[in-house]
Design a protein around this ligand. Structure first.
Ligand code: NAP
Length: 282
């Protein structure tokens, strides 16, 4: 069965739009999101465009702040400090990846914890690590919500996460652990990957390699979440060999139309959560 992230994200956007309208009427203040972008990666433009479009739909005020590719680390930090103080913005994100001369984590850590709506800063990550309430990274947060929407049980399941990036793999593993799954994390140095993935009740793949996970690597009736977004020719495809794996598993996310749209909505939901915290709204 298809886990339809696109349809679910539309439902969430409608709900968020209504909530934003009510909040804006109540306070006279519109939730604001600042998106800082260097356009270092070509794909960033598409991701940013999707975020701006969805924000507009939900009546969230979003600004794109484009900076030059050769901006210095200190100038970028100075910009973020200015945005931290700017009351128009309740959320700030820096579109990754950044050019190699910039230390990404140093930039992310400069974002005020309360406005870190990507949840990538060490304060929010630390809280996730401790199982405390926090602003969760958008992609794994969207995945958890999708599993819950389809009443897929997480507790006591064996979840295998392939990929250990700071923005997807690691927070995904922690969120699944916090939901009482038994979690295994795999990466490029994992030996006998197939022997591990084929034991997963829930398999989350975030590696960035087109069609890498094949049918023989997946347990019958598993739940398969494909985070990967890979360009093959003009087409977008995931990390999972969708056509063949779909016949074997119980649930699967398509690419496109699976995890991607939920990432965008989760980011906007985080912006509204940050707005409510900053304005002391219960
Ligand atoms: N749909 C969305 O909303 C969304 C959001 C974010 C990312 N993505 C996509 O998700 C994918 C992953 O993104 P990311 O930022 O997490 O990537 P990343 O930072 O490049 O991390 C990739 C991870 O995959 C692991 N890996 C690479 N080759 C492997 C292999 N052969 N076997 C096992 N593990 C392997 C790497 O292991 P090592 O640590 O050992 O190098 C690393 O941990 C990309 O396609 C990205 O575009 C999609």
């Amino acid at each position: 069965m298809l886990l339809d992230g696109k349809a679910y994200s539309q439902k969430l956007k409608e709900e968020l739009k209504k909530e934003v309208e009510a909040l804006t009427n109540e306070t006279g203040i519109t939730p604001g999101l600042a998106i800082v972008c260097t356009n270092y990666a070509e794909a960033s433009k598409i991701y940013v465009k999707n975020k701006l479009k969805a924000a507009k739909y939900c009546n969230i005020f979003a600004s794109l702040i484009e900076v030059s590719l050769d901006i210095s680390e200190n100038d970028l930090i100075a910009l973020i400090e200015k945005l931290n103080k700017d009351e128009k913005y309740h959320g700030i994100i820096v579109q990754l990846p950044l050019p190699p001369h910039i230390n990404e984590q140093r930039i992310i850590n400069a974002i005020d914890e309360k406005k870190d709506v990507d949840g990538f800063g060490i304060c929010n990550k630390g809280k996730l690590f401790c199982g405390m309430p926090t602003i969760n990274s958008a992609t794994p947060q969207g995945i958890i919500k999708l599993l819950e929407e389809y009443n897929i049980e997480i507790a006591s399941k064996h979840a295998v996460v392939v990929g250990r990036s700071n923005i997807v793999g690691k927070p995904m593993a922690l969120m699944l652990l916090n939901k009482n799954a038994t979690v295994t994390i795999c990466h490029s140095k994992t030996k006998n990957l197939k022997s591990i993935t084929s034991k997963a009740d829930i398999l989350v793949v975030a590696i960035g390699k087109a069609n890498f996970i094949t049918k023989d690597m997946v347990k019958k009736h598993a739940v398969v979440i494909d985070v990967g977004t890979n360009k093959v020719g003009n087409k977008l495809c995931g990390d999972v060999d969708f056509k063949k794996v779909a016949k074997k598993c119980s649930y699967i996310t398509p690419v496109p139309g699976g995890v991607g749209p939920l990432t965008v909505v989760s980011l906007l939901e985080n912006t509204v959560i940050a707005y409510k915290k900053i304005l002391n709204i219960e």
